[in-house]
Design a protein around this ligand. Structure first.
Ligand SMILES: Cc1cc2nc3c(=O)[nH]c(=O)nc-3n(C[C@H](O)[C@H](O)[C@H](O)COP(=O)(O)OP(=O)(O)OC[C@H]3O[C@@H](n4cnc5c(N)ncnc54)[C@H](O)[C@@H]3O)c2cc1C
Length: 399
């Protein structure tokens, strides 16, 4: 009997871990290589919509997650100038409407849950502190060279390589010759607050979204409701790579000095801010070359205005696993079928996120018109415009 080569995955973020689970559930062996320690612990909250929670349930991740997630009843949208409520989106109806819940969770908890579930699979091998540096391809397989923390090299052979190495993917630029991530001119500032420190005027059970010219703010409960995640997105001329840059609390407080009092109070509670430069890709570039395919942010990093980046990587994983196991063709043809099945939808989501960014940060008469529309539009119509995103199911895809 010939040995079945594993599918190698570079990167153990939400995309890489999801791909490992989806592939292994279809019976494919997986070798997951991560440059840091697994599970990686980049701290932030994350919203996961029904189009991804359905796969998490199917892969058996839910039991590892359910005590740590919150399924909020609504998203409350406010003016960041007057503080007034513009509208509410009833997220408690999403389970009935889309067949799976909407949830908010700490990113580290999501990573842990994916990791624990992957550890239970006899088909997934996970090796950390291995940075994929070089790729060599031949007719029947692929070989990757990894650099270890001690400087040594290790070589691994697989049937294909899935590059889930994130927004600053080197495989994207060096192996597929695509352009690097483009800086959007915006940064995300993020902190968390224990529930008991949240000012009483705040609804800490639900998602709050506050809109103002050139900035917006989102907060929601994480860690089973014990913490509040706060993200402020602002225009800023700063574009360093990385997830762990400390933000200056005085700067972000000054930036929000003219916002409603409750927001100023909320921001002043904490001085441990992290900040990231928000970058995006043109998703129309190539995702596949030979036996190598991009997945998640490496293929289509997007601005976080639709909260769909990680969600799209989970969708990618479900479709990749189907393409590799349901299509009887060469590896490249199967990977190209995955790319084709994903590209149009992801491009539409990327465009919608950009559009949301423009709407969120409007100024003057445009902002007044936006606020009026939000106040007047019936809730059903507001929610209905997202049916094509949240109502998606992997089984609806045909190759
Ligand atoms: C402010 C903000 C808020 C967001 N909110 C949401 C949200 O609410 N909902 C949502 O769905 N998405 C959200 N996102 C997007 C989400 O964080 C990303 O889309 C998601 O992390 C992408 O997952 P990934 O696995 O593709 O990449 P990553 O999470 O970046 O993981 C990549 C992994 O690859 C590893 N790696 C890199 N290079 C190598 C290499 N050469 N070899 C081996 N390993 C390597 C890295 O160490 C890392 O562990 C948000 C993003 C931001 C910035």
């Amino acid at each position: 009997m010939t040995e079945q080569l594993p599918i190698i995955i570079a990167g153990a973020g939400p995309g890489g871990l999801s791909a490992a689970l989806a592939l292994s559930q279809k019976g494919l062996p997986v070798l997951l290589l991560e440059r840091n320690v697994i599970p990686t612990e980049v701290g932030a909250g994350i919203q996961i919509s029904p189009n991804a929670t359905s796969s998490l349930k199917q892969w058996g991740v839910w039991p590892h997650l359910e005590k740590l997630v919150v399924s909020p009843d609504k998203i409350k949208i406010h003016s960041g100038i007057t503080g007034s409520l513009l509208t509410e989106l009833p997220t408690q109806d999403y389970t009935t409407r889309y067949g799976s819940p909407y949830m908010v969770v700490h990113r580290a908890d999501l990573q842990q849950a994916l990791y624990h579930r992957a550890s239970q699979s006899g088909l997934i091998e996970m090796l950390d502190e291995r940075e994929v540096r070089e790729i060599t391809e031949n007719e029947t397989s692929i070989e990757v060279r990894c650099k270890l923390a001690n400087g040594e090299n290790r070589f691994y052979r697989g049937a294909a390589l899935i590059a889930a190495d994130g927004v600053w993917s080197r495989i994207r630029t060096d192996f597929l010759n695509n352009s690097p991530a483009a800086y959007s001119g915006k940064t995300a500032w993020r902190t968390t607050l224990p529930k008991q420190m949240v000012p009483a005027s705040f609804d800490s059970e639900n998602v709050g979204l506050w809109l103002a010219p050139k900035a917006h703010l989102v907060h929601y409960p994480i860690v089973g409701g014990q913490m509040m995640n706060i993200v402020a997105i602002v225009d800023e001329d700063w574009s360093e790579e990385g997830w762990n840059t400390k933000g200056d609390a005085a700067w972000i407080n000054a930036r929000f000095a003219r916002w409603p009092r409750e927001i100023r109070e909320l921001l002043s509670e904490r001085d441990d801010w992290l900040k990231w430069a928000l970058c995006g890709h043109d998703p129309s570039q190539n995702w596949v070359r030979g036996r190598v395919a991009l997945l998640g942010d490496a293929a289509h990093a997007m601005l976080p205005f639709m909260a769909q980046g990680a969600v799209m990587s989970i969708e990618d994983a479900a479709i990749l696993a189907r393409a590799l196991t349901e299509i009887d063709a060469s590896m490249e043809t199967r990977l190209l079928a995955y790319e084709k099945a994903r590209k149009k939808r992801v491009s539409r989501v990327v465009a919608r996120a950009r559009q949301n960014g423009r709407i969120y940060h409007m100024d003057g008469p445009l902002a007044a018109a936006r606020n009026l529309t939000m106040r007047l539009l019936p809730q059903g119509q507001l929610v209905g415009q997202f049916d094509w995103i949240y109502g998606w199911k992997p089984e609806d895809v045909h190759f």
